[in-house]
Design a protein around this ligand. Structure first.
Ligand SMILES: [Zn+2]
Ligand SMILES: [Zn+2]
Ligand SMILES: [Zn+2]
Length: 348
């Protein structure tokens, strides 16, 4: 199917300003750095202070108004009216800067929290999530200089993470269905597609290093991080008596310590993430107990994860990463250290 990225405002139909900027993600903390076009990126991460490596090249992105479905496809959709659909290649990042100094104590020693609301506050205080679509080949999208035609293109460099110029092939203008009279000798610089939205955001910083209740170190790994991320999201949904799809989560690192960020799916926020750690019945200990309940799988054959504990439709791509038992041991350590009465179930 041929598709394009709209260059027109859906409100006025005119060529409209489309925010174009560059970004890169801090490898130390996963905070995205945005730089307006024509400016040099800061050398240091504003959230954690780490210096960006040269290999971490910035990528161009736009926030498109919408997509254009080719008139040749005959689907009868209103050009430009199609909403941007998140794809599995989208990565969600916390755009709001949450440095360590913004984390405050919770009812649980060892768990600190950060909160940003999704509405009714000055711009700079809002919780903001950015998702970035790099296209199915990782190099972003080559976008015609003359019309709105766009195709996924290949990246290069380490992990194919660098964008490179691409030459477009003969194509139809998706809006008119007529052959585009572009100059095929002129390259196109690819763009990624970004979507930014404001929502209620709740960060949870794990102050200690992972260990079992008997004091043995648990190996820190992305598997442990992802497992805790999803156990906390599913546990929070249980606690709040809502559908797990109403909440999303991502991980960051601050000074090498794990941060799990839970946020409301709906733009503007629904108040779920705001309630966590902040209201009676939703305190940090309640949240960790709910996550522990998720990890304590009733299926006797469950080793790492299964559909009765962590695996749900929305986290399918993380299924191979999940390992519930080290996560359960660490959560029990934090609860026991805080004096919460539990009957330990951990087993490593
Ligand atoms: Zn950083
Ligand atoms: Zn074109
Ligand atoms: Zn299970």
């Amino acid at each position: 199917m041929s598709e394009g990225i709209s260059k027109r405002s859906k409100f006025t139909g005119d060529d409209a300003f489309i925010e174009r900027a560059r970004y890169r993600v801090c490898t130390a903390c996963r905070s995205p750095q945005l730089t307006p076009q024509g400016m040099d990126p800061e050398e240091e991460c504003q959230q954690c202070g780490a210096t960006f490596q040269k290999v971490n090249a910035t990528r161009a992105f736009i926030r498109p108004h919408g997509f254009v479905t080719s008139v040749a496809d005959g689907q009868g959709r209103d050009p430009g009216a199609t909403r941007i659909r998140p794809t599995v290649s989208d990565e969600a990042l916390l755009l709001t800067e949450a440095p360590r100094s913004k984390y405050i104590a919770t009812d649980l020693p060892g768990i600190l929290t950060f909160h940003a609301p999704g509405s009714n506050r000055p711009e700079h205080e809002l919780g903001r999530i950015i998702t970035v679509n790099r296209g199915r080949h990782g190099g972003g999208f080559a976008w015609c200089n003359s019309c709105e035609h766009a195709v996924p293109t290949h990246g290069h460099g380490p992990d194919l993470a660098w964008q490179q110029q691409a030459f477009l092939q003969a194509h139809l203008n998706p809006r008119s269905g007529q052959p585009c009279r572009f100059d095929p000798s002129k390259p196109s610089w690819p763009i990624d597609l970004a979507h930014v939205f404001e929502t209620d955001v709740r960060g949870l910083l794990f102050e200690g290093l992972p260990r079992t209740p008997s004091g043995d170190a648990i190996v820190a790994s992305s598997s442990l991080d992802r497992t805790l991320q999803e156990a906390l999201r599913l546990g929070a949904a249980d606690l709040l008596e809502t559908d797990p799809r109403d909440l999303r989560a991502l991980v960051q690192k601050l000074d090498g310590l794990l941060v799990v960020v839970i946020y409301d799916s709906v733009s503007g926020g629904a108040g779920y993430a705001t309630r966590l750690t902040n209201e009676d019945g939703y305190l940090a200990r309640d949240l960790l107990l709910a996550a522990r309940k998720i990890l304590n799988c009733p299926n006797p054959d469950c080793i790492t994860s299964c559909t009765r504990c962590l695996n749900d439709y929305s986290n399918q791509r993380n299924w191979p990463d999940f390992d519930r038992r080290p996560a359960q041991a660490w959560i029990e350590t934090i609860l026991i250290d805080a004096g919460v009465k539990i009957d330990p179930q951990w087993d490593l």
